[in-house]
Design a protein around this ligand. Structure first.
Ligand code: ASP
Length: 362
């Protein structure tokens, strides 16, 4: 998870949730089969409460997902969702978001969206008012504004600006470049050819450590997070949604797994739903949430399906950091993770409030 700034309301909300029951799980849980059900990555308790209120009041799963993820954006969950979070190399905050309806298999998504703070609502507008699935960059912003969302607005905050200037002072380390030689500490960069000798002391030396090791060092509890949410509404319809700023210090133009259906989230109400968080540049090569849902379709329980999806990644990328949470159509849920301890949040009719489940890395 990303670091938390005590000055943000997200901090207050998160720690107020210490009163909540925290459960360490190794087995799948939640077999009551009673709906609605809301499941979200991380202890994004207020987001789950918002989605729960919507679903409990009879809203559809898709509307409840939008309410839940939108609450997280407003609270700037962990400083990596919504406006004011994770700056890119240029110091700008951008947003990746997705919604998917597991009944119709419709998807709406925005990627690297600038100047509009409402990522999940923008994704919903793409689904509702276009035949497309994914809009990117300034054109995503223009579409969202033309459909009624506020903007253009500056997505930076004092926290994101400070984070970025500290990073600049640290010679723009760490970063996502590889096999390059910087002309100056922070670039511009040019490709490093095999015959060229690395310049010692700054970024080039770090890049020399090898691509996977170097990339992995960038993904941890301090530079990214995604809310990925699964809702089963009172009638059993399943929808999923995600919202994130993506990876901190990403190269401008980078699109992570957040807006990619099957990677950060996937739903099919004949089977279940899935949410993911972690190193999106790796995960989007494996579509772990598609894998989870399809494994459950073939008969796997959520826990096995989640572990299987993670192990398919770690077999090829042993230093991978990430997690998935799987929910089947009966409401059973389980998580699996690698490289960090993962937590997810749940509210169902048997609970008085949101419960946070902890999954230890396998
Ligand atoms: N998966 C997101 C990304 O890589 C970040 C995260 O979930 O932590 O953009």
């Amino acid at each position: 998870m990303a670091e938390r700034d005590p000055s943000t309301s997200a901090f207050v909300v998160l720690f107020s949730s210490l009163l909540l029951l925290t459960v360490v799980v190794g087995e799948e849980v939640g077999k009551s089969g009673r709906f609605p059900l809301v499941v979200s990555t991380w202890p994004f308790v207020e987001a789950v409460r918002a989605a729960w209120r919507a679903a409990d009041n009879g809203l559809s799963s898709i509307d409840a997902v939008v309410e839940g993820c939108s609450a997280c954006e407003e609270l700037r969950c962990d400083g990596t969702v919504g406006p004011g979070g994770s700056p890119d190399e240029h110091g700008e905050t951008t947003i990746d978001a997705l919604v998917m309806d597991g009944v119709t298999m419709e998807v709406g998504a925005v990627a690297a969206m600038r100047y509009v703070k409402d990522g999940i609502r923008a994704a919903r507008l793409v689904m509702k008012y276009s035949r497309h699935t994914l809009l990117v960059g300034e054109w995503a912003s223009a579409f969202a504004i033309s459909m009624g969302l506020p903007g253009p607005v500056n997505l930076s905050s004092s926290e994101s600006i400070k984070k970025w200037s500290d990073w600049k002072e640290n010679y723009c380390q760490p970063n996502f470049r590889k096999n390059v030689i910087p002309e100056n500490d922070c670039g511009p960069y040019k490709p490093k050819h095999d015959t060229e000798v690395a310049i010692k002391g700054t970024l080039t030396e770090s890049c020399e450590t090898g691509k996977i090791e170097y990339r992995s060092s960038l993904i941890g509890h301090h530079n990214h997070d995604t809310i990925s949410m699964i809702v089963i509404d009172k009638t059993g319809r399943i929808a999923v949604g995600t919202s994130t700023n993506g990876a901190t210090y990403k190269i401008p133009g980078r699109v992570g797994d957040g807006p990619i259906a099957g990677s950060s989230a996937y739903a099919d109400d004949e089977v279940g739903g899935c949410g993911a968080t972690g190193d999106g540049d790796i995960m989007m090569r494996f579509l772990p949430c598609y894998q989870v849902v399809e494994s459950m379709r073939l008969g796997m329980e959520p826990e096995r399906a989640a572990k299987d999806a993670i192990s398919r990644i770690t077999r090829k990328f042993p230093d991978f950091v990430g997690a998935v949470v799987a929910v089947n159509k009966n409401g059973s849920h389980a998580g699996a993770c690698h490289g960090w301890t993962f937590q997810y949040s749940v509210r169902d009719p048997d609970m008085d409030d949101v419960q946070v489940f902890t999954v230890l890395p396998s």
